[in-house]
Design a protein around this ligand. Structure first.
Ligand code: C2E
Ligand code: MG
Ligand code: MG
Length: 501
C-alpha cells in the first residue's frame, strides 16, 4: 500500500469514528442521564473519554501501518521469507550473540536447478508458484527459529544455530526429496532440485563476510558437480577459487594478445562421404602449462564476461584462415563453416549489430556460416534468443542445435525455431550400438527432425559400427574421430588434398 493510501485509510477511520461519536454519543448519554447538572458533568467526562479513545485508536492504526511497512521492507513479498538485506542483518546479530557464547551456527545457501527453464517453458506465474512451494517446504523443514531468506530469483538461504538441535543434513535431504516431488504443469519432464553449499561458524568463517564467502564457495563447488549436489565448505575450495582467478587473469591476457588458436573438425555426408563442412573449435595453450580444454575455460569465460572477445576471435581467425587457403564456399572444398556460440552471445546488451559485426570478414554470402548453440543454452535463454535467431536466419546464416538430446526442448518449441540442423549429442552416438534406449532416442530425434524438415548430424562417431548404424537410421551427416580429429589449418589443407578423389 502506498503512503498516501495508508494516510487516507487512517484519516477515514478517524473521521468515521468522529462522525459516529458526534451523531450518537449525545443521544446515548441522554438516554441514561436526565438531570441537567449530571448531564453537564458527563459531557465533560465524555470529552476527555473521546480524547483518550481516539488516542488509543490512533496508536493502533499507526502501529499497524508501521508494522506492515516494516514487514514489507524486511520480507520478500512472494514467499514471506527475509530478503537478502534483512537476512544478513539477522545473521550478523546471530553471529555476534554466538561469538560471545562460543556457539556455532550453520549457513546454507541454496540455488534451484532448472529454474530458468521452468520460467521459460511454463511461464512466470508457475515459476512464482514453484518458488512459493520451495519456501513452504523450507518453513516445514526448519523450525521457526531458523533464519530463512530468499536472496534473489531462485536463491535461498538458511541459518541454523546449534541450540536448535536440527540435523541439517537430514533436513536438507528431505528438502531435496520434497523438491523432486514438485511438478511443473506444462513440462512434466522438468524436475526441480537444488544445489546446496554449507559453511559453519566459526570454523569456516568467523565474520559475516567470511562465512558467506565460504558458503558461496561451497555452493559454487556444488554447481560445478551438477544438479542436486550438496557440498560442505573445505579450505580446498578457497585454493581452487584462487587458481580459477589466476586462470582467468591468464585467459584475459591470452585473449588480448591473441594467443588462442582454432582447429577444424571435418563433417561428412554419410551417403556420398563428401566433406559437408568443418566445425571450428577454439584452443588455448597456457604458457609453460598444458592446454586447457574449452569445456573448462569457456564456462569460466561465460561467467566473467570474456566470451564475446573469444567468439570474435574464433570468427575472425577461422574466416581469415579459410579465406587464405581459399577453402570456403558453396563450390569449394568446405561448403560450410560451423562456429560454436555461447548463450552469453545472445544477451541483449550485445545488440544485433554487434553480434553480426564479427562476420564482416566474410564479404557477400553468409549462407556458408552456421552457428552452433547448445540445446541447454537455447532453452535457458529461449525468449531472449528467439528474435536474434530470426535475424540470424534472415541474414542467411544457418543455425544448428548442438548436443541435442541433453536439454528439454519439445517438438512445439522446435517448430518455432528457424533451425537447419540438429547435432545428436556424442553421448548417444557412442552408445548407439550398445544401448537400446539410446538407439531408440536417436531414432526418435531423426524422425522428429525429418518431420520438421531439419537435417541431422551425429557427433562423436568413433567406430565403423556406429557410422553404419547411423546410416541405417538415415542420419544425414557425421563428425568424429573415426573420420578425423580436429586439425589445424595446415593439417586441414593436407587432409582435404588426401580426401579429394
Ligand atoms: P562441441 O561443440 O560439442 O564440440 C565437439 C567436441 O567433441 C570437441 O571437443 C571435439 O574435439 C570432441 N570430439 C569430436 N569428435 C569426437 C569423438 O569422436 N569422440 C570424442 N570423445 N570427442 C569428440 P572440444 O574441442 O574439447 O570442445 C568441447 C566443447 O567446448 C565444445 O563441444 C563446445 O561446446 C565448446 N567449444 C569449443 N570451441 C568453442 C568456441 O569456439 N566457442 C564456444 N562458445 N564454445 C566452444
Ligand atoms: Mg559444437
Ligand atoms: Mg556437441
Amino acid at each position: 500500500m502506498s503512503p498516501r493510501r495508508i494516510a487516507l485509510r487512517i484519516t477515514l477511520i478517524y473521521v468515521t469514528f468522529g462522525v459516529l461519536w458526534i451523531l450518537f454519543s449525545d443521544s446515548i448519554v441522554a438516554s441514561f442521564v436526565s438531570d441537567v447538572e449530571t448531564l453537564s458533568k458527563v459531557q465533560t467526562y465524555k470529552g476527555w473519554f473521546y480524547v483518550l479513545l481516539t488516542g488509543v485508536l490512533f496508536f493502533f492504526l499507526t502501529y499497524g501501518s508501521l508494522k506492515y511497512q516494516q514487514t514489507l521492507s524486511e520480507r520478500d513479498s512472494l514467499t514471506g521469507l527475509l530478503n537478502r538485506h534483512m537476512f544478513r542483518n539477522h545473521l550478523e546479530q546471530l553471529i555476534k550473540r554466538l561469538g560471545g557464547q562460543n556457539g556455532h551456527c550453520t549457513l546454507v545457501l541454496i540455488n534451484l536447478d532448472n529454474f530458468r527453464q521452468v520460467n521459460n517453458t511454463a511461464g512466470q506465474q508457475i515459476g512464482d508458484n514453484i518458488l512459493q512451494q520451495v519456501a513452504q517446504s523450507l518453513k516445514e523443514q526448519f523450525s521457526d527459529s531458523a533464519l530463512l531468506g530468499r536472496f534473489a530469483g531462485d536463491e535461498f538461504a538458511i541459518a541454523i544455530s546449534e541450540d536448535q538441535k536440527i540435523d541439517v543434513f537430514e533436513s536438507l535431504q528431505t528438502l531435496q526429496s520434497n523438491l523432486e516431488k514438485l511438478t511443473v504443469p506444462a513440462s512434466p519432464d522438468l524436475t526441480v532440485s537444488a544445489r546446496i553449499g554449507i559453511a559453519t561458524f566459526p570454523e569456516d568463517g568467523s565474520s559475516l563476510k567470511s562465512l558467506v564467502t565460504a558458503a558461496t564457495l561451497a555452493l559454487e563447488e556444488a554447481k560445478v558437480l551438477g544438479a542436486g549436489q550438496i557440498r560442505v565448505y573445505s579450505h580446498r575450495y578457497g585454493e581452487e577459487a584462487q587458481s580459477r582467478l589466476e586462470m582467468l587473469a591468464e585467459l584475459r591476457t591470452a585473449i588480448s594478445e591473441e594467443k588462442l588458436s582454432v582447429v577444424y573438425q571435418p563433417q561428412f555426408n554419410l551417403s556420398s562421404r563428401e566433406i559437408t563442412g568443418v566445425e571450428v573449435l577454439v584452443r588455448w595453450h597456457r604458457e609453460r602449462k598444458t592446454s586447457v580444454r574449452p569445456d573448462v575455460f569457456i564456462p569460466l569465460a561465460e561467467q566473467s564476461g570474456l566470451v564475446h572477445p573469444i567468439t570474435d576471435f574464433v570468427c575472425k581467425q577461422a574466416i581469415q584462415e579459410l579465406k587464405k587457403y581459399d577453402l570456403l564456399g558453396k563450390a569449394k572444398a568446405i561448403p560450410k563453416v560451423s562456429i560454436n556460440i555461447s548463450a552469453r552471445d545472445f544477451d541483449h546488451i550485445t545488440g544485433a549489430d554487434r553480434f553480426f559485426e564479427r562476420f564482416s570478414y566474410l564479404e557477400g554470402d553468409w549462407s556458408t556460416i552456421q552457428l552452433e548453440i547448445t540445446e541447454t543454452a537455447l532453452m535457458e535463454n529461449f525468449e531472449q534468443a528467439l528474435p536474434l535467431l530470426h535475424q540470424i536466419r534472415d541474414k542467411g546464416i544457418r543455425i544448428s542445435i548442438d548436443d541435442f538430446g541433453t536439454g528439454y526442448s519439445s517438438l512445439s518449441v522446435l517448430r518455432k525455431l528457424p533451425v537447419r540442423e540438429l547435432k545428436i549429442d556424442r553421448s548417444f552416438t557412442q552408445e548407439i550400438t550398445e544401448n537400446e534406449n539410446d538407439l531408440q532416442l536417436v531414432k526418435a530425434i531423426i524422425a522428429m527432425a525429418r518431420s520438421l524438415n531439419i537435417k541431422t548430424l551425429a557427433e562423436g562417431v568413433e567406430t565403423t559400427e556406429q557410422a553404419l548404424k547411423l546410416k541405417e537410421l538415415e542420419c544425414e551427416e557425421i563428425q568424429g574421430f573415426l573420420m578425423s580429429p580436429p586439425l589445424n589449418i595446415e593439417q586441414l589443407v593436407e587432409f582435404i588434398e588426401r580426401h579429394q578423389p
